[in-house]
Ligand binder design. Structure first.
Ligand code: COI
Length: 356
């Protein structure tokens, strides 16, 4: 391994890339990682030694607080390659701001912006051959922070590790998505950590989602924890409803993740003159709209899937099918977002960020 020092981030390169061992036509989402990873530790009150090093195991005490109290947050981003081999990020400052917002809620010290961007951009340059061209291909970027202090006292850790992993992925197409509307389980509660990308929010979804799968549904639409009356999120995504030609999505609150794809869809819809209502929507309203034929679409929005259309929903053991429509908002916004992400279209909001 050779060692060179950048401005802030030190770099230790692999001697030999493992890229030739990877079958890029048959990737399983999030299973394969590029040659390098970024690592930085919070010790003695400051973030220290940001380093890019060969992807590999990390050594940690089994008493590290992350294992006992789940003090951990993460982000999801993607890097795209255009036809001229340029690599692009999509609204990366939003992810940076959000991971620090999540950290603050979990009593984790905020991460410095210069370490984040120099680490990420340097590593993407080093591993740029892993970003493949073509529709749906990208590198999924997983920044995360974990509490590493050894000790099982229930108090915030005094030490942390911030890491970034890069994973080459293909389109996150899961086929038809049928969802169950939650009537007893909740994803998040008022005043809780729902708005943070906290690791535990995702773990808490696994059991109810497994129950939904046993009934032939792939995801759960989460409702408010108090009354299970308002529709809030879909699986790991934000959720949109199209009633006639109006697009409706729940307003952000402390239970709902401030989704970057969500707010991009809202901006694109408004730019196209589509009427968007950011307001609470009830299960009753959804069922009425389904019965009278005004419910045209439901779709989820998130980094991994971009836009994921829902084909049916179930409530109180009754299933309601969504109509099959041409020129759906879901496919329209998916294409528009991907055209911007892959540098194939104008970028009216200046969302693209080139890796130079
Ligand atoms: C996203 O799409 O935004 C996610 O967070 C997906 C991830 C949990 C795989």
């Amino acid at each position: 391994m050779s060692s060179i020092t950048q401005k802030l981030v030190s770099v230790e390169k692999v001697t030999e890339s493992k890229i030739d061992q990877v079958d890029f036509d048959n990737l399983v989402f999030g299973k394969q990682f590029t040659d390098h990873m970024f690592e930085c530790d919070f010790i003695d009150g400051s973030w220290q030694n940001p380093t890019i090093k060969p992807f590999g195991q990390i050594m940690m005490s089994p008493a590290a607080k992350v294992f006992h109290y789940g003090q951990a947050v993460f982000e999801g981003m993607k890097a795209y390659k255009d036809d001229n081999d340029k690599v692009w990020l999509f609204r990366p400052h939003e992810n940076f701001k959000r991971i620090n917002k999540s950290s603050k809620r979990l009593a984790i010290p905020e991460f410095p912006e210069d370490f984040f961007f120099e680490g990420l951009e340097t590593m993407l340059n080093m591993d740029k051959d892993w970003v493949k061209k073509g529709e749906g291909n990208s590198v999924y970027i997983r920044p995360f922070v974990i509490a590493t202090e050894c000790g099982v006292a229930a108090a915030p850790s005094s030490e942390y590790k911030f890491m970034i992993l890069l994973s080459p992925v293909q389109a996150y197409y899961k086929g038809e998505v049928k969802v169950v509307i939650a009537q007893s389980f909740s994803r998040a509660a008022d005043g809780g950590v729902g708005a943070a990308k906290a690791a535990g929010n995702y773990a808490a979804q696994f059991y109810p989602t497994n129950l939904a799968k046993e009934q032939g549904f792939q995801q759960v639409i989460w409702t408010d924890a108090n009354e299970h009356k308002y529709l809030e999120e879909a699986g790991t995504m934000n959720v949109f409803f199209r009633i006639n030609d109006t697009l409706i999505t729940a307003p952000n609150n402390d239970r709902i993740l401030d989704g970057i794809t969500r707010k991009s869809v809202i901006s694109l819809a408004e730019l196209e003159g589509i009427y968007v209502e950011v307001r609470r929507i009830t299960v009753t309203e959804l069922i009425e709209a389904s019965k009278d034929g005004s419910l045209k679409e439901i779709f989820g929005s998130g980094t991994a899937a971009v836009i994921s259309p829902v084909s049916a929903f179930s409530y109180d053991h009754k299933t309601y099918d969504l109509p099959k429509i041409d020129d759906s908002y879901a496919s329209r916004f998916k294409s528009k977002l991907m055209d911007i992400q892959y540098n194939r279209a104008e970028d009216p909001f200046h969302w693209r960020h080139e890796i130079k």
